[in-house]
Design a protein around this ligand. Sequence first.
Ligand code: WT7
Length: 640
Amino acid sequence: MSNYHIKNLEEYYQVYRKSVRNPELFWEEVAEEHFVWKKRWDRVLDYDFSKPEVKWFEGAQLNITENCIDRHLPSKADKTAIIFEPNNPDEPALHISYSELHERVCKFANVLKSKGIGKGDRVCIYLPMIPELAVALLACARIGAVHSVVFAGFSATALATRINDCEAKMVITADGSFRGNKTIDLKGIVDEALTTCGSVTTVLVAKRIDTEILMEEGRDAWLAPLLETAESDCPAEIMEAEDPLFILYTSGSTGSPKGMLHTTAGYMVYTAYTFKNVFNYKDGDIYWCTADIGWITGHSYIVYGPLANGATTVMFEGVPSYPDYGRFWEVVQKHKITQFYTAPTAIRALAKENLEFVNSYDLSSLKVLGTVGEPINEEAWHWYNDNVGKKKAPIVDTWWQTETGGMMISPIPFATPTKPTYATLPLPGVQLALMDEQGNEVVGNQVDGRLCVKFPWPSMARTIWGNHQRYKDTYFSAFDNAYFTGDGALRDEVGYYRITGRVDDVIIVSGHNLGTAPIEDAINEHPAVAESAIVGVPHDIKGNALYGYVILKETGEGRNHDNLRKEINQIITEHIGPIAKLDIIQFTPGLPKTRSGKIMRRILRKIAHNELDNLGDISTLLNPDIVEAIIRERMTPSVP
Ligand code: WT7
């Protein structure tokens, strides 16, 4: 189909213009030609951003697993759907064919049913990157259950918050997980979380590390024996286009994590389309995305997008540094990877190591390289381009979000000339706008502003689970008739976009989206802490590091600061997870506040960045003197 595999820039503009002139016709053609529907839609799009309400392919009926699996069986039954590459390179990789995947998903779906799970029920999945994870997602989708994957690096408290928010009936987990040379006691974390979760009646446990664990009678069950006796066929539940497919939590700048709800038909059409086009996917390619399925990247571009195209997708259980820094490249060589998709933070970490780790492997299979999750700096871009892609594999710098479901801005490889640090052009169907602070659209090129999307696209999140008002307030209130992304961006002289970063209180650390509020709430739980504020500071590898300003209570003042720092990070680890630990903690007698009591993070950010000569007007502060005191005690970021 002509919309696929855009071959040059001119064709991109043609396709793009068509998608803007008549979005309904554009997406209808994609939907018609590439998927199986049990019933055709009555209407392609119905929307009202003021509510906000968005419906794609209303009236259509389908099941996404039939599109991701069954549809490929006549021609690709023996083709590998998933390659599982274990943490330990000495353990053999596992190749799961489309027919095996069909059987695994059906069996798993029948186990879910036997435990009372049905259409609309929420199932929380807390698993490491093992095949059961992808199979669990698809098994839920097979029967219309709504999966809510929680990244298996989150703590018991964070897991419990998410389980309670969506009132999951079941948790699927493992006895433990491997991570480099460590093992993690996942089941113990689940047990701890479940002491505060009333909705969960069943816990299914996959065996991975083979260790003794506690099984609670009546609640917990090993997965393997149930799968063994389950029927190997499970009819796919008929789903309406707008039926929920999954919930995935993401941090907000304030409050609890937001359960972004994605629905069935639009999400499928969009992730499949973007996967094929942005990765220039062709039959026979071996595609590898290094993300964890616990994040949206894994949902859309390890599981649904690739499988909807009948592709071979790699699931990697390990980490880039184990057993050494050559691990990624060893896997590329071993499986002859054609598309490789990773995060700037991983690239920066690997670029610090000896080039021999890259040069010892044959990377000639690589055709397209991708990055996602945060802005990629110029140096990292060149390192990736020169040493991994050997200047022959275009880099697709893909900008998108948990909320957008799929990629929004990205070069089309071999068509869009790439430019370091630029995500370049909007994908077909994506209508962007830059807004100024007064809410007016900034037109023309060589301008900057707040990045918004003016028109619906099929994979956008439809609501925040259980809180539609918050969805409206967060995304549709800053600007009239537009979705606000939370990012700032600039548009260059040819219309290329460069994302400049978050304009709200979300900080991206190693590609993980962290809200300041939940971290501050955790810090404030420490009995010696009165108040705290955190800001991001630039970091060579992680993109941003976390700099915390902490006011101690009188009881804390005499205490050893290093011990307090350890305790504060311990609390953060318990409440959120190790990814949210602070790199720098400065104890301070106060925080700069406005007269209405709002913390002036702008000033704290400047001090942390050591931009002391343009702090702006501080005379309106409630306590201007505190700024001097904070500067005096400023900590030099000596983070690793
Ligand atoms: C935020 C969304 C999309 C999957 C992973 C992150 C930042 C994402 C890029 C990019 C610059 C990027 C934005 C965005 N971001 N991709 N290519 N260049 N920034 O999903 O956790 O929902 O985070 O990540 O700030 O808003 P997420």
